[in-house]
Ligand binder design. Sequence first.
Ligand SMILES: C[S@@+](CC[C@H](N)C(=O)[O-])C[C@H]1O[C@@H](n2cnc3c(N)ncnc32)[C@H](O)[C@@H]1O
Length: 226
Amino acid sequence: MSPHQNHDRNDIDPAPNRPMSVSEIKDSYAEYADRMHRFEWIDRVILGRYRRDRFGDVEGRVLDVACGTGTNFRYLPDAVDLVGIDVSPEMLANAEERLTELDIDGSLREMDAQELEFPDDSFDAVISALSTCTFPDPIAALREMDRVCKPEGTIRLVEHGRSDVRPIAKYQEWRADAHYAQTGCRWTQNPREIASKAGLRVRDTDTGLFGTITTFEITPNRREER
Ligand SMILES: C[S@@+](CC[C@H](N)C(=O)[O-])C[C@H]1O[C@@H](n2cnc3c(N)ncnc32)[C@H](O)[C@@H]1O
């Protein structure tokens, strides 16, 4: 019996049944990188407004965690000092092209979001999109975002998860294992639950696209509370 079949259908998160390592996730994104870069226009049509709403007013030194092919970059104000990290060199190679195409003077580094190589309080804003679904330990990654963000800064997320429209949710549940095995993405996750488990102070949150998209503005915890 494959690990996929040894599965209680009530448990809609496939990760505990087949936990993926960071290096497996890295391999899976190596395959998708060029395609995601080429088809970014589809993301722009569907998710552009959510990204613009959450990321369009950040300031100062900005960290984009799991920046992928740089899909967020076009929504950031011109004046920001941008740093992007991702675990996949192939995604970062495409993000580098995006920087050039948009004429943005940012820097990119290969790094695990769960162990960010930045000191505490390094950024005015930490942003991340469609990422907690693929981190093997999303709570660790969110706590790292909180740690590297200045206490007076802001954390902004655009995440996806289980729809609140029943037929869509049913489809997601049905495909959850296969989707996870292919991409390492838990698309039936509940982003609000993850933010709450990470102990984040949510200032504002919103949902859209049949409940599949949840966006957040988070106030970082002060160092003594971390
Ligand atoms: C669905 S893509 C989203 C990319 C981009 N943020 C966007 O909105 O288009 C998920 C990204 O998370 C990255 N990723 C997954 N696990 C990671 C980790 N532990 N540390 C850093 N990046 C990671 C993948 O390489 C991939 O680029």
